[in-house]
Design a binder for this molecule. Structure first.
Ligand code: ASP
Length: 439
């Protein structure tokens, strides 16, 4: 059995946190490859090292004095070194970083140093070899992650060492320059390393005990999801539930490697298991509920729309021509509604409406703003009679007007549109009916 363990920024923010991480790694000999983030926040008003690096490099880029900022960053690492009594210093590395900042090496290079330096400290602390991610993780000319090249180089490299530290978040371009993934991208590195090393489990250690059934800002102390499929997770993350970077699923999913989300500050908790498929019933009919505000609905009416071949294509073309992606498109006989992100749409509103008139010749086009979408997700909903009925009666009891309903053919989720102002009450009504009343 072997495992990759990825630790997030808050798990590595201080010497104290490093100690917890070492205890976790040492407690299980299967935990072989370690992927660290950069030091995160030590307390809520603190600044993550990654953000400090972006700020510092911003100064360097403008030709301003950046040395004080760089010294503050070095102090973060020195504090960890002192707290762990490590026999190492990062003077050489910081001298190099200073030189490269002055030479304007790029903001990706700058941000990546957070993980790079933390990886060096971690490798000293654990006594494991350090593998620079720039040597084993690759992007192509277009800046897209190069899975094939990475897989062959990285898996060959990992065979040389039974245990190693590989910093998260970055890799290199064909010209050798450093490139990062998007923010939170160390999760992706953990997944890539898991795939290349063909491990049995990808453990992702963070500061919460897993995915929650609902947003804790809306539902106080919601329950943790014990087991969730990749597909369910995709639906919930898309709707705003964040713990893991969205793209972290893909590399491990191909290999059927489960991800276990764990809490560095509560290692005794089982966390959440993210799996390809499972025969295990979820504890409740729904696995989770999540949602987002800020949508608008464009309602189009045209007599005899139903018999006009190509109407849907022409209508969506008006959005496509303006670079707007649509979320959902429920339709009736002579009506068609397109849900879009309000902030993307508002600037281009009149262009899109003009395009709809030109392409579709509708009777009316009406725009409704300030809507929210909710996704009720659960493999347990499939073939379960009455789920939709329970959702809508709960919403009706909470006096919430439903503006849209969309159930995909997978029966994995039901999407509901409500007014922004009803959003929180709707989440609460659904949580209450499926979780609280089942306790
Ligand atoms: N340190 C990077 C960030 O804050 C990447 C990561 O932590 O995953 O986004």
């Amino acid at each position: 059995m072997s495992k990759v363990v990825k630790f997030g920024g808050s798990s590595l923010a201080s010497a104290e946190q490093f100690k917890k991480v070492k205890d976790i790694i040492m407690a299980d000999k299967d935990r072989r490859y370690v992927v660290p983030s950069a030091p995160g926040k030590r307390f809520s008003k603190d600044t993550k090292v990654t953000d400090m690096l972006y700020q510092c490099y911003g100064k360097a880029e403008k030709g301003e004095n950046f040395k004080d900022k760089l010294a503050e960053i070095k102090a973060r690492y020195d504090e960890i070194i002192a707290g762990l009594k490590l026999n190492v210093n990062l003077d050489k590395e910081f001298a190099e970083i200073e030189k490269n900042f002055a030479a304007k090496a790029g903001s990706d290079y700058a941000a990546s140093r957070g993980e790079f330096l933390n990886g060096i400290l971690m490798s000293h602390y654990l006594g494991y070899p350090f593998i620079d991610a720039a040597d084993v993780i690759f992007f192509d000319e277009n800046g897209e992650f190069d899975a094939d090249k990475t897989d062959s180089v990285l898996s060959a490299r990992l065979k040389e060492d039974e245990r190693a530290v590989i910093p998260g978040f970055y890799g290199s371009m064909p010209d050798g320059s450093v490139k990062t993934f998007s923010r939170g991208g160390s999760d992706i590195t953990g997944s890539i390393v898991s795939k290349a090393a063909k491990v049995d489990v990808y453990e992702n250690w963070t500061d919460v005990s897993g995915f929650l059934i609902a947003d804790p800002r809306i539902i106080p102390n919601p329950e943790v999801i014990e087991i969730i499929t990749y597909r369910e997770l995709r639906e919930l993350s898309y709707m705003g539930a964040t713990v893991l970077h969205e793209d972290a699923i893909f590399p491990v999913r191909k290999m059927g490697i489960p991800i276990n989300i764990r809490n560095t500050n509560a290692p005794e908790d089982n966390g959440t298991w993210i799996v390809g498929s499972t025969g295990q019933k979820s504890k409740y009919i729904i696995t989770g509920v999540a949602g987002k505000k800020g949508f608008c609905a464009v309602n189009i009416e045209k007599d005899m729309m139903n018999s006009e071949i190509g109407f849907g294509r022409k209508l969506l073309q008006a959005f496509e021509e303006n670079g707007i992606s649509f979320e959902h498109s429920p339709s009736g006989i002579d009506t068609f509604t397109v849900f879009v992100h309000q902030d993307e749409f508002m600037d281009k509103e009149q262009k899109v409406v003009a395009g709809i008139h030109r392409l579709c010749n509708p009777d009316t086009v009406e725009i409704e703003t300030d809507l929210a979408l909710l996704a009720v997700v659960g493999r347990g909903m499939k073939s379960q009679r009455g789920t939709a009925g329970r959702i809508f009666s709960a919403l009706a009891h909470a006096n919430i007007n439903v503006k849209m309903i969309d159930q995909g053919s997978s029966e994995l989720n039901i999407i509901i549109g409500v007014a922004n102002s009803d959003f929180e009450a709707a989440i609460k009504a659904i949580y209450d009916i499926f979780v609280v009343s089942q306790l």
